[in-house]
Design a protein around this ligand. Structure first.
Ligand SMILES: [Zn+2]
Length: 468
């Protein structure tokens, strides 16, 4: 079975050019100057003239079906990966979880069971370590060597749930330094945050906005700085700061990168577009829709502007979603009268490619940087390159044909995520996902779905391409 994507503008990290992309089976076999292709025959031809042809999006941070605070994220691997496909994402990296007191491999087995036969697109796992001890350190080696899981997430937040103390973090970093894995860090000072939360509740400050106010930027910056220092002590263990939201934390990352350190960071669309005042501070309980950690930041400070700048300068390497949806009904509502009981998370796996394209339209990013931050760099960062993240011969035929002349209106009535609201209700994007191809198979065409659950494959990952 062959497929020719004809006449589109292929966008990659190093530039754009009009080219025909020939696919045989699941792979790209040629990227050709259009003047050569009249001689090529294919079973199916898709006209992409006037459109961008980009590598399928890779969302390196999702939490499908994740248990949190007595409930679970509302997207299953079935509904969540289908929604991702609609939005031009053809690979996700989800977080398998080792709970405190649990064997790491048992946590991984649980995630394998959840995903088996469920995913519409390809998927891989990071591993959350909720209990770093000698067995967990040994398990890190085993996961890197045998399971294709080469990144481990630790939490400086959520004491009593996922929290690791500095000693545990250091030991995990030393292990990662030795086996080549990446340490991913939720960098917020959870011990101090818990004090602020308790004090706020005692004052009767129970509305959703206090979720943001009790997680100040200074405590994100402090934890980011501490993580960077611990990684330095662990002989420059590779460190990746997840969901960075504050200018002050970005400054710490930039300083480390300027010093040549193995420090990387991602941000998420919610921190580029949404704010503490306008969303989290919405009247009544409405703000619960936007309770996530790290929290949305103040529009009166320079965070969003600095994050866009960080994406341009590569101090922020990747845009992921931290997709962790909860419905308002029965889920977010658990926190009426006590913001600390609102499940933390925003759903957005369907909208990342569009929202960052809007950044191109608005003059924040180049086309090349759009593709880098949503596809190429996630592939390189997490050991999927060049199988994923690039339009070139030999790579998987994961392609999105993106129409810069189309429009996308985001809303709960039209999205495909299993959420009863949209975090971006009414936002209009000057661009539109047209055709989505996953390993040579058209799974979305003009808003119609042709994929099926179970077709997505588990990807064993190698080590990061960026490490020395
Ligand atoms: Zn997360």
């Amino acid at each position: 079975m062959s497929l020719l994507v004809k006449g589109g503008t292929v966008v990659g990290p190093t530039g754009t050019r009009v080219a025909d992309v020939l696919v045989e089976g699941e792979k790209i076999v040629a990227v050709l100057d259009p003047s050569f292709t009249p001689t090529i025959t294919a079973n199916e031809v898709i006209d992409a003239s006037g459109k961008y042809v980009i590598p399928g999006g890779i969302d390196a941070h999702t939490h499908m079906e994740m248990p949190f605070g007595g409930t679970s994220a509302s997207d299953t691997f079935d509904t969540g990966t289908r929604a991702a496909a609609y939005g031009g994402t053809t690979t996700i990296i989800d977080f398998a979880i080792q709970r405190t007191g649990e064997v790491v491999q048992d946590g991984l087995a649980a995630w394998r069971a959840k995903t088996e036969g469920e995913c519409h697109i390809d998927y891989a796992f990071h591993m959350i370590l909720g209990g770093v001890d000698t067995d967990a350190l040994k398990a890190m080696d085993q996961l890197v060597a045998d399971e294709g899981i080469t990144s481990f997430k630790l939490f400086m937040a959520y004491p009593g749930v996922f929290y690791s103390d500095d000693g545990q973090i250091l030991r995990a970093m030393q292990t990662a330094r030795a086996n080549g894995a990446m340490i991913m860090m939720h960098a917020e000072n959870g011990i101090a945050i818990d004090v602020l939360v308790q004090q706020a509740l005692e004052r009767g400050e129970t509305d959703p906005i206090y979720h943001g106010i009790t997680r100040p930027a200074a405590l994100e910056a402090e934890a980011t700085n501490r993580a960077i220092a611990l990684a330095e002590v662990a002989q420059d263990c590779p460190l990746y700061i997840v969901h960075l939201s504050a200018s002050q934390a970005l400054a710490k990352v930039a300083e480390a990168r300027d010093a040549g350190r193995n420090v990387f960071a991602e941000t998420c669309p919610q921190y580029l577009y949404l704010t503490l005042e306008d969303q989290l501070g919405a009247p009544g309980f409405e703000g619960a829709k936007w309770v996530c950690s790290t929290p949305l930041r103040s529009k009166h400070e320079s965070h969003a502007r600095d994050l866009w700048k960080g994406l341009r300068s590569n101090d922020l390497a990747i845009v992921s979603t931290d997709h962790c949806p909860f419905c308002m009904k029965d889920q977010k509502e658990m926190g009426i009268g006590d913001f600390s009981k609102i499940p933390n998370g925003i759903g957005g796996v369907e909208h990342r490619v569009d929202l960052i394209f809007q950044g191109v339209v608005d003059g924040h990013l180049s086309l090349e940087r759009w593709v880098e931050t949503i596809a190429t760099t996630p592939a390189r960062m997490f050991g999927l390159y060049p199988q994923k993240g690039i339009v070139q011969p030999g790579s998987d035929a994961d392609l999105v044909i993106y129409d810069p002349n189309g429009t996308t209106r985001i809303g709960v009535e039209t999205h495909h995520m299993n959420m009863d609201y949209s975090a971006y209700e009414g936002v209009e994007i000057q661009g539109r996902v047209g055709t989505v191809i996953s390993r040579g198979e058209v799974i979305v065409a003009d808003g119609n779905y042709h994929g099926r659950k179970g077709r997505g494959k588990f990807l064993k990952r190698g080590l990061s391409s960026y490490l020395m």
